[in-house]
Design a protein around this ligand. Structure first.
Ligand code: NAD
Length: 342
């Protein structure tokens, strides 16, 4: 998945300096349904890097919905955080107005740096928004919990593929990032008697995981090379790159972070090392599955049932990789592209 080789349906740059508003809406593909994907608010090194982030994330959402069998396409919004930005209500209402103009082509929701309150402001301008007060996404972080649950099930499916048994007991799992998803993932893993090695750049979150789960702490830059069965990236994207891949000391990579591969060729590098990679957008689809079920009128129980299908989807991707003698990353892209009719 190299972003500039892809075709996009729409790339919208929004700017109103009178209210300190700069944002991007990227709509990658709506063949299977309206573009679904959250709104990120982040400080970027440049407007160009924000645009690239939006494009890459939007494309990831298309592939994620497609492989998960959801009736949605992929899109993403990014609000560029900067020193002169206006009040959040003004910014999110401005975004909401533009989303409304798109007449349902794009549906937004929460992502890194955005909250339920922000989505409530978007909702004042448009109904094409999820994760507002009272929604499943807003209820006790169900989206993050179900993302973690899907990753947990994906880790089991990966263990089965690599070791012949999905038993987590006594397997060493190294979790990078103990935020909303990483912490919940540790909870599922601990319940299954895994041995946890963890890190976070936030010392408070690290201490909490150590205290709550008896996990062994590592310094952030030591987690990549920690000897383990499963390395689980649950922090930021781009973690699998030219520098880090040679340091890996694991049999499996299976985590929640989006865009784990810095470039698609890194999927081939990992494959060449004999490490099993659970493609990020397959294993971390729990959150979008919850949103999709809710948009279809379902409840939390129905959402969990759908999330449980992640194991089968991942196992199918692994079997496609085997059958074609290709990397799991390439196999996942192939499955998504076939469903998209490419
Ligand atoms: P979060 O912001 O709550 O947690 C991320 C954590 O990573 C933070 O605690 C942060 O301190 C830590 N971190 C950042 N850089 C780090 C580093 N270099 N080393 C160690 N720790 C580091 O985010 P989240 O909601 O838990 O999401 C985690 C990842 O999963 C993100 O990449 C996100 O895009 C992806 N994801 C999340 C969801 C969801 O439902 N929340 C769904 C799909 C994918």
């Amino acid at each position: 998945m190299d972003v500039l080789k892809q075709s996009y349906e729409q790339l919208i740059f929004l700017q109103d300096l009178s209210i300190g508003f700069k944002a991007i809406i990227a709509i990658h593909n709506t063949k299977l349904g309206p573009a679904l994907g959250g709104c990120r608010m982040w400080q970027y090194a440049s407007d160009e890097s924000a645009i690239l982030d939006a494009l890459r994330l939007a494309q990831g959402m298309t592939y994620k919905s497609a492989v998960s069998g959801l009736p949605y396409g992929g899109g993403k919004a990014v609000i560029i955080s900067h020193a002169d930005q206006g009040p959040r209500e003004v910014l999110f209402r401005a975004l909401g107005q533009k989303i409304h103009d798109l007449q349902g082509t794009y549906i937004t929701g929460m992502d890194l740096g955005t909250t339920v309150t922000d989505m409530d402001w978007v909702r004042l301008e448009t109904s094409f928004v999820t994760d507002t007060t009272g929604s499943l996404g807003a209820v006790s972080e169900l989206t993050a919990k179900m993302t973690a649950y899907g990753v947990f099930l994906g880790i089991k499916a990966s263990l089965k593929r690599a070791y012949g048994s999905e038993t987590v007991k006594n397997k060493i799992i190294a979790v990078q990032g103990l935020g909303k998803v990483g912490y919940q993932l540790c909870r599922y893993l601990k319940q299954a008697d895994a041995t946890l090695v963890v890190t976070d750049i936030n010392p408070k979150l690290l201490k909490k995981a150590v205290d709550d789960f008896g996990a062994s702490p590592r310094r952030p830059h030591d987690i990549i090379s920690a000897p383990c069965d499963v390395f689980s990236p649950c922090a930021l994207g781009g973690i699998l790159n030219d520098t880090t891949i040679g340091q890996l000391n694991c049999s499996i990579i299976a985590g929640a972070a989006n865009n784990q591969l810095a470039e698609s060729r890194h999927g081939e590098m990992i494959h060449g090392l004999g490490i099993l990679y659970a493609p990020d957008y397959v294993i971390n689809a729990g959150g979008i599955i919850v949103t999709s079920v809710e948009l279809g009128g379902g409840d939390a129980v129905a959402a969990q049932k759908e999330v449980e299908k992640i194991s089968d989807t991942l196992t199918y991707v692994f079997s496609e990789a085997d059958a074609q003698g290709i990397s799991t990353a390439a196999a996942a892209d192939g499955v998504a592209e076939k469903l998209l009719g490419n």
